[in-house]
Design a protein around this ligand. Structure first.
Ligand SMILES: [Zn+2]
Length: 81
């Protein structure tokens, strides 16, 4: 990707900053995070736990996908024999 192109892409996206409290991204135009500003500490902990879970689910899904691809590859290989 050329520098000009990546600059153009970046200009299109609204500026985001990362919240120190919940580690999620929110628009720079807001003066406080729209994810956790309304939450108390225990709700924040819950949000973080959910966030963590989602990321772990994605990783597991990726593993299944890789496993499935390996099986299909093996079957293809076997069908040639
Ligand atoms: Zn936040």
């Amino acid at each position: 990707m050329s520098v000009g192109m990546s600059l153009a892409l970046r200009a299109k996206q609204p500026k985001q900053k990362r919240c120190d409290r919940c580690d999620l991204y929110y628009p720079e135009s807001l003066d406080k995070c729209d994810h956790c500003a309304e939450l108390n500490n225990s709700q924040l902990a819950q949000l973080k736990a959910q966030h963590q879970e989602t990321m772990e689910e994605n990783t597991t899904f990726g593993k299944y996908l890789l496993f499935g691809a390996a099986i299909i590859g093996l079957l293809l290989l076997l069908s040639f024999l």
